[in-house]
Design a protein around this ligand. Structure first.
Ligand code: SF4
Length: 213
């Protein structure tokens, strides 16, 4: 699949958001309350990609504002990353009914928006939260689906990939929603986020990246 070919033909980020806000390309538009395009600085070094909006996100039109989002913000803070410095979005921009998994046709229909966001923001690091996000991003980067479908075996690894003209490190980890019910996962996610911090510190010429990678 040619990543660039999936790019939506828009001339600005605002235009992209407008397209998402009025999108009817998959069946999720019939049950959503609000579209959740994503938010954060357009020059963010870190992009976080979750799976899909939940109930609270569907209500507010903003990503990761529910309990899992609060946990994510806390874990980011713990490793010295300000949520406001991160661009956050999801694989699909509308809530699946009853928080079911997004279906393959929905993911495919929504993919051009995610591709365009990545091409516009050009992050240094993409953090994939959960298996859907990791699978979608890494298969777009050319990894075979079978090799990247098991989040437990790929989490915490840093994948150096090229997505279109963007050279980026992709780091999958668990979804914070899973850590709400399994506190053991919180420290694992935090350790993974610490690697992101190390990558950025290394870019600035400091840090001890080798101890993390
Ligand atoms: S999930 Fe994506 S493709 Fe489906 S209606 Fe929402 S914005 Fe459009």
């Amino acid at each position: 699949m040619d990543f660039i070919k999936l790019k939506v033909n828009v001339s600005s980020y605002d235009e992209l958001v407008q397209l998402m806000m009025s999108c009817t390309k998959c069946k999720l538009y019939t049950t959503r309350r609000r579209v959740v395009p994503g938010e954060g600085p357009l020059d963010a070094k870190i992009m976080i990609i979750g799976e899909a909006p939940g109930e609270k996100e569907d209500e507010e039109g903003r990503p990761f504002v529910g309990a899992a989002g609060q946990l994510l913000t806390k874990l980011l803070n713990n490793v010295g990353i300000r949520r406001g410095d991160v661009y956050i979005t999801n694989v699909v921009k509308c809530r699946p009914p009853n928080n079911r998994d997004p279906e393959p046709d929905e993911i495919e229909a929504c993919k051009p928006y995610l591709v365009t966001q990545i091409l516009m923001i050009k992050p240094r690091v993409i953090v994939c939260l959960g298996r859907h996000s990791a699978r979608e991003v890494l298969t777009m980067a050319g990894y075979p689906e079978k090799a990247v479908s098991n989040i437990s075996s790929i989490r915490g690894k840093v994948f150096n990939v090229r997505l279109g003209d963007v050279n980026v490190k992709v780091l999958p980890t668990y979804h914070p929603a899973a850590a709400l019910y399994n506190p053991r996962l919180r420290s694992i996610i935090e350790d993974d986020l610490r690697k992101v911090r190390a990558i950025l510190d290394e870019d600035k010429g400091g840090g001890d990246i080798l101890s993390y990678l």
